[in-house]
Design a protein around this ligand. Structure first.
Ligand code: NAD
Length: 369
C-alpha cells in the first residue's frame, strides 16, 4: 500500500475518505484538500479506473484554482468507481448512495466532472441539500451553455495580449478541441476581432487562413459530426493543429498533449490553457525560454468554477459572467505582473500567489499552524 502521508504538506489534504457500500455497489474516495477559505468545491469524477491519488491531486488543483480566483472555497474532489455509460437507473442508485455517504462531509460541495452531469447533481441535492452545477429549474447556471470557461479564456487573452503588445484584432487563433470550452473561446475571441484559423476535435482538423466559419462548425457539432467535415477546410489529422502558425494557441481537449517531443512544432506567441494540465512541465519551460507566454490552466480556465460558486451563493447568469470577467482579468494581471517582477514562469508565480492566499485565509481560522 502506498504511504498515505506522501502527499501531505502545510496545505492539506485535510481529509481523504474512502467510501464503501457493498449493497449499493459504491466504491468512492473523497479528498478534501483545504477549507481555509470556505467549504471545498470540486467535481465528482466517475470512471472505471480511479484512485485515491487521482482524487487528491485533483483536489489540490482545485485548492489552487479556487484560491487564485479569490473564491470563498477550498479545493476538493471525489472519484466514484463505475462505468460512466451505465444505465440511467443504475447511475441514479449509485449517485444517490454516494450522496448519502458524503452527507456528513459538509466541507465538500460536489459539482459535475467527467462521467457526471447536472442530473447527477440534482440527485445529490435531493439527497443532502448541497451540490453545484444544477439544472436551471433548481437554480443552476448552465455553465457550458453560456460558455463560462470560454469567456475566461477570452478575458485572459485581453490581459495577456496587452502585455505582449499583440492586438487581438486580426490575431490568428488555433484551438485544439472544439467542445464546450473551445467552441465558446472561439466565439468570444472572434467577437474581439481575432481570426480563428484552425480548430480540431477527435475526428480531425479544420484550417482556413482567412478565418473559419464558426456558425458552420457549430452546425456540424450539433449534428454530431467532426470539424474535419467542414467543406474545403477539413482533414482527418487532429495532430495538424500543432503545426498551425498563429498568435494564440489554445489547448482545450486533453491532458499532456504538448510534451518535450512535440513542443517545437508550436509556432505561436501566446498559449491560453483551457484544458487541465495540457502541457508537461518541461514543454512549458521550453516555451518560456522561447519567449512564448503561457497563461496556466488554473488561472485561465477558472471560469467554470467561478460560475459554480456564483450559483452556490444564489447569483444568476448575468452575475456569473460579470464575476468571471472581473476575477479572471485581475488574476491574469496579478500573475503576469508577479512573474515579470520575479523572473518566474507564470505557473510558478500563480502557485505562489495561490499558496499565499490559502496561507492568509488559514491565518484567520481558529486552528491553524
Ligand atoms: P468536451 O468534451 O466538451 O470537448 C472536448 C473536445 O476535445 C471535443 O471536441 C473532443 O472531440 C476533443 N478532443 C478529444 N481528443 C482530442 C484530440 N486528441 N485532439 C483534438 N481534439 C480532441 O470537453 P470540455 O468541457 O470542452 O473540456 C475540455 C477540457 O477543458 C477538459 O480537459 C476539461 O477537463 C477542461 N476544463 C473544462 C471546463 C468546463 O467548463 N467545461 C473547465 C475547466 C477545464
Amino acid at each position: 500500500m502506498t504511504d498515505p502521508w506522501q502527499w501531505a504538506d502545510e496545505i492539506g489534504p485535510e481529509k481523504v475518505v474512502h467510501l464503501h457500500d457493498a449493497a449499493a455497489g459504491l466504491r468512492a474516495v473523497v479528498a478534501i484538500d483545504n477549507t481555509a477559505a470556505g467549504p471545498s468545491i470540486g467535481g465528482v469524477r466517475m470512471a472505471k479506473d480511479v484512485s485515491a491519488e487521482e482524487a487528491f491531486r485533483l483536489a489540490r488543483a482545485m485548492t489552487f484554482k479556487n484560491a487564485a480566483a479569490g473564491l470563498p472555497h477550498g479545493g476538493g474532489k471525489s472519484v466514484v468507481v463505475g462505468d460512466p455509460h451505465m444505465s440511467d437507473a443504475e447511475k441514479e442508485t449509485l449517485i444517490r448512495a454516494f450522496a448519502q455517504a458524503i452527507r456528513d462531509l459538509t466541507g465538500y460541495i460536489p459539482g459535475p466532472d467527467m462521467g457526471t452531469d447536472e442530473r447527477c447533481m440534482a440527485w445529490i441535492r435531493d439527497e443532502i441539500g448541497r451540490a453545484v452545477g444544477l439544472p436551471p429549474e433548481l437554480g443552476g447556471i448552465p455553465l457550458d451553455e453560456i460558455g463560462a470557461t470560454g469567456l475566461g479564456l477570452a478575458v485572459s487573452a485581453d490581459v495577456a495580449s496587452r502585455r505582449l503588445d499583440l492586438p487581438l484584432a486580426g490575431a490568428r487563433v488555433a484551438i485544439q478541441g472544439y467542445g464546450n470550452v473551445g467552441r465558446h473561446a472561439a466565439r468570444f475571441l472572434a467577437a474581439r476581432g481575432a481570426v480563428v484559423v484552425a480548430v480540431s476535435d477527435s475526428g480531425g482538423v479544420a484550417i482556413d487562413a482567412g478565418g473559419l466559419a464558426l456558425d458552420s462548425l457549430d452546425v456540424l457539432k450539433r449534428e454530431g459530426r467532426s470539424v474535419a467535415d467542414l467543406p474545403g477546410c477539413g482533414s482527418t489529422s487532429s495532430e495538424a493543429i500543432l503545426d498551425v502558425a498563429c498568435e494564440i494557441w489554445i489547448p482545450a481537449a486533453r491532458p499532456d498533449v504538448v510534451t518535450e517531443e512535440n513542443v517545437d512544432r508550436l509556432d505561436t506567441r501566446l498559449v491560453l490553457q483551457g484544458a487541465n494540465i495540457p502541457f508537461t512541465p518541461e514543454a512549458e519551460r521550453i516555451l518560456h525560454t522561447r519567449g512564448v507566454l503561457v497563461v496556466p490552466d488554473f488561472i485561465a480556465n477558472a471560469g467554470g468554477v467561478i460560475c459554480a460558486s456564483v450559483e452556490y451563493h444564489g447569483g444568476d447568469e448575468r452575475q456569473a459572467l460579470q464575476t468571471i470577467e472581473t476575477k479572471i482579468a485581475a488574476n491574469v494581471e496579478a500573475v503576469l505582473e508577479k512573474a515579470q517582477a520575479s523572473g518566474q514562469m507564470p505557473r510558478a508565480a500563480a502557485v505562489a500567489l495561490a499558496r499565499e492566499r490559502v496561507r492568509k485565509a488559514a491565518a484567520t481560522r481558529r486552528w491553524h499552524a
